[in-house]
Structure formats: structure tokens, C-alpha cells
Ligand binder design. Structure first.
Ligand code: SAH
Ligand code: SF4
Length: 387
């Protein structure tokens, strides 16, 4: 099939009499796959295995597709790491309930609101509130109230993303009605069996519940985002290809992909020898971003901070491969080191104003620009909304 298409193309281009030894079926199959948008599992795996010049070709294609649908804009969400108290025990995360070596904190209302005001002053357009998972009534009511307060800043000019874990449909409804409109809940792995290798197998960490939460969010009208960690112990290209197909099938509006970073105070650290080296995890993340951009050209895709942790240029590389959202950290300095999801988090010591000018320069260097004072919603979502 591929070969006959090759001859057909050659015939049309008038180059049919080129010597046949110039033809490498593998190269041509790769180039053909790169031009497609609807990719199957095998084709995705071919792309995810690309190395050297082929990998560069894939990353260029990711950027090209992004530019043609979304231009060279990058959207910002001022990240407010609201608190690190967590009811769950995910096996990979430093904030897990049983990790006694974390100083637990929770920002005061005034601290959250001053971060939000700062985001507005810096022109970020949106904030993202993230924390460990809590579902007690006081927490739920507080978030609802805080969302309402943030919405009052300059008459609702800030967009609000929440990333506060699994909640009941009623809670998601309350927070949505209060004015938040984007929600990030990573599936972490869309393969149930791998999911249970990185989470305790109990009711509090149910794969089914996580899927139900994503469905609830979509049903309620949230711009729903999900994502996975890349380079987990035992994760294969089949798992990653299935993750990309899962995003497509779920028709999500946003995706956040980042390398897994082993944390010494977590149970999964025991399997660190099964984790690919940092450079490999970085490359695999970039390839995932590029392939996903080809498959879902109009979604918002976050260049996760974890990218910068494994590679000082990681965030820009993620943007250059197809991501279009960055979440600069606005958490007050004294708490940042306690939001210890994984070690060596990038930008922990940067001040927000330094971070802003640093980002402008870094992004201009790779041909991108920040779209200030805009919510920067997912085009995949807003287009559907208009129909
Ligand atoms: N409690 C919320 C939000 C905070 S955790 C939730 O779980 O959804 C946000 C993300 O951090 C998680 O979705 C996970 O993908 C990522 N994360 C946690 N531990 C990590 C690690 N060791 N390496 C890389 N990413 C990690
Ligand atoms: Fe808690 Fe989220 Fe970390 Fe899981 S990933 S332990 S829910 S903060």
C-alpha cells in the first residue's frame, strides 16, 4: 500500500526514473505516517520510536501543525499551589498521605487572593489552583468561596483552572457554578493494570472512579484536561500509544504530559532501576507531545515544569515540539519547597517578575510569543461550544 502510493506520487512528480536504490521503504513509510492525522496504534509506535534525524523531523512536524492551527502563541496560567495536605497515597508522589517527611501547609485566603491579583497585574490572564486531594466539606466550601473571590478581580477577567483531584459530581458542579471553567485531572496511565502498579489497589485509588470523574467534568461543561507521566517503571510504547488514543477517544480539551521523576520518599522509588535515564524520558515526552499535536491539533497542551527538571531547556523544548501552555509558579516562596511532588523542581527560587521576563526571552528565542491578558481557552473546546 505504502509502496504503491510512493510510485503513484513519483509518477505525479515526474521523477519516476530516479534510480530505485534511492528508495528506502522505511524512510518513506515514516514520512507518510508523519503526514497523517488519524494514527493507529502501530503508526503511533513507529513515531514514538523515532531517533536522531527522524525524531527531529517528528518534532518539527509537531510544531508545524501547531503553528498552522494555533499560531505561535503561548498561554500562561499563574500556578497557585494551594496546599500540600493529601488524603491519597499515590505510590509516586511526595505529597502522599503517608510521607511523614513533608511540612504540610495550606495557603490562607488572603495569600491565594494576592497570588491571583499578582497574576492579573502580570497580565497572565488565568490562574490554576492546584493542591493535594481533599474532599472534606470545609475544603469544598473554601474553594467555592475562593473561586468567587478570584472572579471578582477586575470583573471576572481571570480564567480559572482547578487541579484538585477526584471529587463528587456535586462538588465539580459547585466549583463550576462559582466560576472556574477548566479542570486538570491526569489519568496518570490509561492502562488499568499499569495504573494499579503506581497506585494502591483500593477504593480510594479506583481507576474506574478516575474515569467517572473525567466523564462528570465533561458532562458538566468543564474544559477537561488529563494526562500521563512518561517513563514510569514498566511502561512500554504500547502503553504510551494507548494513552494518546485514550486522549483522542475521550476528546479532551487539554493535556498535560511530563516525565516521571523518582522521589526517594515514595514506594515507587524502589523500582527506579526500571526508569529510563532522564534524557530518554525527556525525548519520549517530546515525541508524545509532537504525536499528540498531530492527532489533536487544536487542544491546549501544557509544557509541564517536570520537563524543566529533567532538562534545563525542557519547557522550551516541549513548546517547540507542540505544547502551547506554561504554568509559571506564583506560590509564595516560603511554601514552594514544601510542594515537594518530586525532587529538584525547577524555578523553586524564582520570583514571579523574574520568571515573567525570563519566559518572554526564552520563548522569543524559539519563535513564540506569550498572549497576555487573555484566558487562552482550548480552541478544540471553544469551537465545539460555538456549534
Ligand atoms: N492532587 C492533584 C493535583 C496535584 S498532583 C492530582 O493528583 O490530580 C499533580 C500531578 O503531579 C499529578 O497528576 C502527577 O501526574 C504529577 N506527579 C506526581 N508525582 C510525580 C512525580 N514523581 N514525577 C512527575 N510527576 C508527578
Ligand atoms: Fe495526592 Fe495528587 Fe500526589 Fe496523588 S498525585 S498523592 S492525589 S497530590
Amino acid at each position: 500500500m505504502q509502496v504503491s502510493k510512493y510510485f503513484h506520487d513519483l509518477f505525479l512528480s515526474g521523477r519516476l526514473f530516479l534510480p530505485l536504490q534511492n528508495y528506502d521503504p522505511m524512510t518513506h513509510a515514516f514520512k507518510d505516517i508523519l503526514r497523517k492525522q488519524d494514527l493507529d496504534r502501530e503508526e503511533i509506535k513507529v513515531l514514538l520510536s523515532a531517533e536522531g534525524e527522524r525524531m527531529q523531523e517528528l518534532l518539527r512536524r509537531g510544531r508545524e501543525v501547531k503553528f498552522s492551527h494555533l499560531d505561535n502563541y503561548v498561554h500562561l496560567r499563574g500556578l497557585i499551589e494551594f496546599g500540600n495536605v493529601c488524603e491519597k497515597n499515590c505510590l509516586y508522589c511526595g505529597l502522599r498521605r503517608d510521607n511523614a517527611r513533608v511540612d504540610r501547609y495550606c495557603l490562607s485566603d488572603e495569600e491565594v487572593l494576592s497570588c491571583a491579583r499578582l497574576a492579573h497585574e502580570l497580565g497572565y490572564g488565568s490562574v490554576a489552583l492546584q493542591s493535594g486531594e481533599r474532599s472534606d466539606p470545609a475544603f469544598i466550601a473554601r474553594i467555592e468561596q475562593l473561586v468567587r473571590e478570584i472572579k471578582k478581580i477586575d470583573n471576572g477577567s481571570l480564567g480559572i483552572t482547578l487541579s484538585l483531584g477526584e471529587q463528587s459530581e456535586d462538588t465539580y458542579r459547585r466549583w463550576f457554578e462559582a466560576g472556574a471553567h477548566r479542570y486538570l485531572l491526569r489519568i496518570e496511565s490509561s492502562t488499568e493494570e499499569l495504573y494499579y502498579r503506581i497506585h494502591p489497589r483500593n477504593e480510594k485509588h479506583s481507576f474506574r472512579k478516575r474515569l467517572d470523574c473525567l466523564e462528570s467534568l465533561k458532562r458538566l461543561g468543564w474544559q477537561t484536561g488529563t494526562g500521563v507521566m512518561v517513563g514510569l517503571p514498566g511502561q512500554t510504547l504500547d502503553h504510551l500509544a494507548d494513552d494518546l488514543l485514550f486522549f483522542k477517544r475521550m476528546d479532551v480539551a487539554m493535556v498535560g504530559l511530563g516525565p516521571y521523576i523518582p522521589h526517594p520518599d515514595t514506594p515507587l522509588y524502589r523500582l527506579r532501576d526500571l526508569v529510563p535515564p532522564a534524557a530518554e524520558r525527556m525525548d519520549l515526552t517530546l515525541k508524545m507531545i509532537a504525536v499528540l499535536r498531530i492527532m489533536m491539533p487544536e487542544i491546549n497542551m501544557v509544557a509541564a515544569t517536570a520537563n524543566q527538571t529533567v532538562d534545563p531547556q525542557g519547557r522550551e523544548k516541549a513548546i517547540a515540539a507542540g505544547a502551547n501552555v506554561i504554568m509559571p509558579n506564583l506560590t509564595p516562596g516560603e511554601y514552594r519547597e514544601s510542594y515537594f511532588i518530586y525532587p529538584d523542581k525547577a524555578c523553586v527560587k524564582d520570583r514571579p517578575d523574574q520568571c515573567k521576563s525570563c519566559l518572554d526571552i526564552r520563548l522569543a528565542a524559539i519563535g513564540h510569543q506569550i498572549l497576555y491578558n487573555a484566558w487562552g481557552d482550548s480552541l478544540a473546546f471553544t469551537k465545539k461550544d460555538r456549534k
